[in-house]
Structure formats: C-alpha cells, structure tokens
Ligand binder design. Structure first.
Ligand code: GLV
Length: 328
C-alpha cells in the first residue's frame, strides 16, 4: 500500500475512505504548519492531502523525492507551484465545481451584509447602545436594482452575477481577462467593461479572481480612488488581490462606504487597521463552508488521490497537470 500524509484536519469518514486505499499518516486535529515537520512527515510518502495551505514549492518537492501527488480540497491553488510539480512528475489536483454555488451564496450574503450594515448594527445592539428608532439608524445602500460589479468572471463570478441579475434585478458589469460568450453574457445580463469603468460604475463590487503574481494588488489605492463614495467592496477571492492597507485607509476616510472581507493578506493575521474601522464585515475564510460542500470538496481531493495512487480506476477527476500521468 502506498503511504500518504493528510496534512490538514479532515472529516473522519473521508479519512476512513483514504485508509481503505493507503497507509495514512494524519495530522489529526492540528494542521501541519511548520515546514520542517511537513518535510519530515513527507519522507517516504507518495501523496499529500492539503487545502489552501501549506505551501508546496520546488524546494519542498526536492526535499521530498517520493512525493507523486498533491491533492487539494481547495479550488484556489496559489499555494502549490504547479509548474515545479509538473517538472518533477508530481500530479496536482484542486477541487473546482463542487463549491461554486455555496461560495456564490456566501459572496452574495457578505455583499448584502456589507451594504445593509448588518454586522455593524448587531455589534451596536449587543453593546446595549440601542435606545431609540431613528430614520437614519444604520441606513445603508440598496442591493436590489443597484449595479453589481464582478471582478473575475469564472464559475463563482457567474453564479454571483446570476443571483444579482435574476434575484435582485441588478444590472451586472464585469471585468475579466477573457470575455464570456455572448450567449452567457445575455443570460446573465452582464456587460464586459475595462477595470477602471468597473471601479467607477459598480455600486457593489464583488471580487472573485484567483490569486497569482498577476493579480497581486489588482485593487489598490488607485482603483479604490475611482470608486463611488457610496460603493461597497466584497472580497471572497484571496488575500493579496486587494491591498488591505489601502482599503483600510479608504474605509477610514469614507472614500468608499463599506467592505466585506472573507480573505486577507497574510491570513489568519488581519491587517490591524481593518480591525479598527467599523464599516467592514470580517469573516474567517468561510465562503465555501457549508457542511455538505466542505464534505464534497474533501471527497473530491480523496477521489483524486485514490485514482492517482490508490489503485482506483480512471483518471484523477480534477487534475491540473494530467500530462504527468502515468505517475512514475
Ligand atoms: C477556498 O478558498 C478555496 O480555494 O477553495
């Protein structure tokens, strides 16, 4: 039996499935965060089960020569150097598709909570500060009928656009490197615009682009300066796509109305200036976190490991570099 390492905590039933195919070393309830320990525990292991952490780069691969498959239960794979894996004949898989609708639900909910000031008003109430009904108490922005701006129009961006257009009568504008097919644009009622126009015209901007060096600080001080003072910004993509320090300053100076953030540069640390401003809703990277979806993501990573290394029939279903197959 091949040996694998499960480097992050995972559902017991998924672990039990993996144990039917592999000799499994599991981290239990504590993710392996120390790189030395990760390298040590990967010696002699052919596969590793990860998510958006830990980092799998060329140096780690060189230190772990037995490794042949890196299977992630996350859709974003910026923690994994895929070309370095490919060059060494190591298969990489991620978990697309199964989390699209759940993540879109959350992105929409976070945008609504941001526009309607739900977190800020709840803190006010819990602090015992609510003494009277007032016409302007936590009056925010409307969502229905407002212009939804989507930055990054992949599967999740399209699912968010669909919610806005069909459920809330929102005109949708988007910016993406490639344009959608005309038929999809028509179904979503979505119009492609350049990035500056997106920033200028969106009432509610939702960011859903994958992180890469090309998308680092895609939204920084210059882009925030283009936004309406009444606009909101929601980030459910990855930390680093938004310049958090510039965002905190724009929020403090009320140059935009509010923000909703599920992801942060350097998370789980959060930029201290973001913790100081009231007009931001902060959540701990939970956009895909419904129980059925997290279980589906974990099972998809397990499917990939089993197909790649466990003697399972067929190809790993969501391999990012199937050209490395068959594995050495
Ligand atoms: C979560 O952020 C994911 O990439 O699945």
């Amino acid at each position: 039996m091949n040996q694998i390492l499960v480097a992050i905590p995972v559902f017991d039933d998924v672990l039990a499935r993996l144990r039917e195919h592999f000799e499994v070393d599991s981290c239990g309830d504590a993710p392996i965060t120390a790189r030395d320990e990760l390298i040590h525990r990967l010696q002699g292991r052919r596969g590793v089960f990860v998510a958006g952490t830990p980092t799998i780069d060329a140096a780690l691969l060189d230190a772990c020569p037995d490794l042949r498959a890196v299977c992630s239960m996350a859709v974003g794979f910026n923690n994994i150097d895929v070309p370095a894996c490919t060059a060494r004949g190591v298969l990489v898989s991620n978990a697309p598709g199964v989390l699209t609708e759940t993540t879109a639900d959350f992105g929409f909910a976070l945008m609504m909570a941001t526009a309607r000031r739900i977190a800020e008003s709840e803190h006010f109430l819990r602090a015992g500060r609510w003494t009277e009904w007032r016409y302007d108490l936590f009056a925010g922005a409307d969502v229905h009928g407002a212009t939804l701006g989507v930055l990054g129009m992949g599967r999740i961006g399209q699912a968010i656009a669909r919610r806005g257009a069909l459920g809330f009568g929102m005109p949708v504008i988007y910016h993406n490197r490639s344009r959608l097919d005309a038929a999809v644009e028509q179904e979503l009622g979505a119009r492609w615009v350049d990035k500056a126009t997106l920033m200028r015209e969106a009432d509610h901007l939702v960011i859903v682009v994958p992180y890469s060096p090309a998308s680092h600080h895609l939204v920084g001080a210059a882009e925030l300066a283009l936004m309406k003072p009444t606009a909101t910004l929601t980030n459910v993509a990855r930390g680093g796509v938004v310049d958090d320090a510039a965002l905190a300053q724009a929020l403090r100076e009320r140059r935009i109305a509010a923000a909703g953030l599920d992801v942060f540069e350097g998370e789980p640390a959060v930029h201290p200036a973001l913790l100081e401003v009231p007009n931001v809703v902060l959540t701990p990277h939970i956009a895909s976190a419904s129980l059925p979806t997290r279980r589906a993501m974990a099972n998809l990573a397990a499917d990939n490991l089993i197909a790649a290394l466990g003697g399972g029939a067929g190809q790993p279903p969501t391999a990012l570099n199937p050209e490395v197959l068959p594995l050495r």
